[in-house]
Design a protein around this ligand. Structure first.
Ligand SMILES: Cc1ncc(COP(=O)(O)O)c(C=O)c1O
Length: 421
C-alpha cells in the first residue's frame, strides 16, 4: 500500500510558504482588481492608471511590433541574467547624463522586480556566515512590509522607534532617531525606502547623507530602495538629491511607472555586488522578463522617461494625494482623534488613530467586512522588538492610487466605521 503523502515543509517552506503580511496584502489586491470588483482597493501598492502614460506604452508596443523582427526576438530569446544590454546601456547613459555619475554597464543588474532584488540582496549580504549572524538595520520603522519575511534566517532585521514630530493638529512626520540607532557590530547593511512605503515619508537629504556617512564609517552597505523615487517614477513631491557612491546600492523599478505586470527591477551597485547578484539571478530565474526593458529602453536613451516622470507622473500623484487628504480631513473632522503622516511621496496615506478602540488588525477586518481593503499598520513595525509600544497597533495604510470613485467611497466607509467607535 502507498504511504500517505504528507506535506512536511522545510524551514524555508515554513518561513516563506506560510501566512505572511505580504501574501495577505497581495491576495487582497488580486481579489479586488481581478475577481471581486465590489471590493474597494485601498490596500496594495498598485500604481494608478494614467491615460497619458498608458498611451506611451501602447505607442511603444506598436513601435516594437512594427520594427522588423524586434517583437519576435524579444519573445524568442532568454535575456542575459544581468539584463538586456540595450536597456542597461540606455539606463547608464540616462543616469550619468542626469547626475554626472560615472557608472558603466558593470554597475547594473536587472531582476524580475525589486521584490526579487531585495530577496537576493538581503540574503547575500546578511544572515549566517562563518559563525556570525549579520543583520540589516532599518533606521526608520515603519518600513516596507514586503521586506519583513524575506530573510532566510530569522531575526534578519533590526529597527528602532522613530521620533514623532507633530506638524499641526492633524499632521505628523516620523524622523530618524539617530541617537537611538542600534549600531551593533552585527550589521551588514542599512536599508531605507525613499519615499518610504508605507508612510509617504521622504527622508531629507541631510538624513540620507548622515546615514550614508554612518554606513561608510562602519564598513556597511547602504541600500536605498527607490521604487517610488528619483529619477523615475519620481513620485516625490519635493526636490531631493539622488546620490550614489561605491558603498550605496540603489534600486529602482519599472512597476510604479505603470508597468507592474512586466516585473522588472534594477540594481545599481559596485561591480562585485553586481557580479554576485546576477549570478544569483541566473540560479533562481535564469533570466529576466524582457518586455518592460524593451518598452522602456528608448525612453531612457531619449530622456522621455525622465520628462514623463517629472511632467506627468509626479503631478498626477501629487494632485491625487492632496485630493485624498482633503477628503479624509473632511470625513474625519473633529469626530475622530486622528493624525495623517505628511504626504511627501509614494502612493499611500498613513493614518494614525491614537487610542484606537481595538487593534489596527481588528479595524482591517471590520473594514474588509464592509468591502474596504486597507492594510493594518502593525505589519510594518517588524525588527523593533518593542511590544509595549501601542502606536504599532494604531495605524492604517491607505492607497490613494485607484479611481477617485473608489477612494471617495472607501473614505466614507472608513469614517462611518470609525464613528462607530
Ligand atoms: C518600497 C518597495 N520596494 C519594492 C517593491 C517591489 O516592487 P516590484 O517588485 O514591483 O519592483 C515595492 C512594491 O510595492 C515597494 O513598495
Amino acid at each position: 500500500m502507498d504511504r500517505k503523502l504528507k506535506l512536511e515543509l522545510s524551514d524555508f517552506g515554513c518561513k516563506l510558504g506560510g501566512h505572511t503580511g505580504i501574501s495577505e496584502l497581495m491576495h487582497d489586491l488580486g481579489e479586488a482588481l481581478a475577481i471581486s470588483p465590489h471590493l474597494l482597493m485601498m490596500g496594495g501598492g498598485n500604481p494608478g492608471r494614467i491615460p497619458a502614460l498608458e498611451a506611451v506604452w501602447r505607442r511603444r508596443m506598436t513601435e516594437l511590433l512594427a520594427h522588423g523582427d524586434a517583437f519576435e526576438r524579444m519573445l524568442a530569446h532568454y535575456d542575459q541574467p544581468r539584463g538586456s544590454p540595450d536597456f542597461i546601456a540606455a539606463l547608464v547613459h540616462c543616469l550619468n547624463h542626469q547626475f554626472g555619475w560615472q557608472l558603466t554597464a558593470r554597475n547594473v543588474c536587472v531582476t524580475n522586480g525589486s521584490q526579487n532584488s531585495y530577496f537576493f540582496l538581503f540574503n547575500m549580504l546578511a544572515g549566517r556566515a562563518g559563525g556570525r549572524h549579520r543583520k540589516i538595520l532599518l533606521p526608520l520603522a515603519p518600513e516596507y512590509i514586503g521586506y519583513a519575511d524575506q530573510g532566510l534566517s530569522s531575526d534578519l532585521f533590526v529597527s528602532c522607534r522613530p521620533l514623532i514630530e507633530e506638524l499641526d493638529a492633524h499632521t505628523f512626520k516620523y524622523r530618524i532617531d539617530f541617537d537611538a540607532l542600534p549600531l551593533g557590530d552585527d550589521l551588514a547593511a542599512i536599508c531605507v525606502s525613499r519615499p518610504t512605503n508605507p508612510t509617504g515619508n521622504v527622508l531629507t537629504d541631510a538624513e540620507m547623507r548622515h546615514l550614508a556617512a554612518l554606513a561608510k564609517k562602519r564598513g556597511l552597505f547602504f541600500l536605498v530602495d527607490g521604487a517610488y523615487g528619483a529619477p523615475f517614477p519620481n513620485i516625490i513631491f519635493s526636490e531631493v538629491e539622488p546620490f550614489w557612491d561605491e558603498h550605496i546600492i540603489l534600486t529602482l523599478s519599472l512597476s510604479k511607472l505603470g508597468l507592474p505586470g512586466t516585473r522588472n527591477g534594477i540594481i545599481i551597485a559596485r561591480e562585485d555586488v553586481i557580479e554576485a547578484v546576477s549570478a544569483i539571478n541566473a540560479v533562481v530565474s535564469l533570466a529576466n522578463g524582457n518586455l518592460g526593458q524593451a518598452l522602456v529602453a528608448p525612453l531612457l536613451q531619449s530622456g522621455e522617461l525622465l520628462r514623463l516622470s517629472r511632467e506627468v507622473i509626479r503631478p498626477y500623484y501629487e494632485q491625487r494625494a492632496r485630493q485624498a487628504l482633503g477628503w479624509l480631513h473632511a470625513a474625519l473632522g473633529d469626530r475622530v482623534d486622528y493624525r495623517l503622516h505628511a504626504a511627501e511621496g509614494a502612493l499611500f496615506l498613513w493614518l494614525w488613530l491614537p487610542g484606537l478602540h481595538g487593534t489596527s488588525q481588528e479595524l482591517y477586518r471590520r473594514l474588509k467586512a464592509r468591502h474596504l481593503l486597507a492594510v493594518s499598520g502593525h505589519h510594518f513595525f517588524y525588527g523593533l522588538n518593542d511590544p509595549r509600544w501601542s502606536h504599532q497597533h494604531e495605524c492604517l495604510r491607505l492607497t490613494y492610487s485607484q479611481s477617485e470613485k473608489i477612494v471617495r467611497a472607501g473614505i466614507e466607509i472608513l469614517a462611518a466605521e470609525l464613528a462607530r467607535g
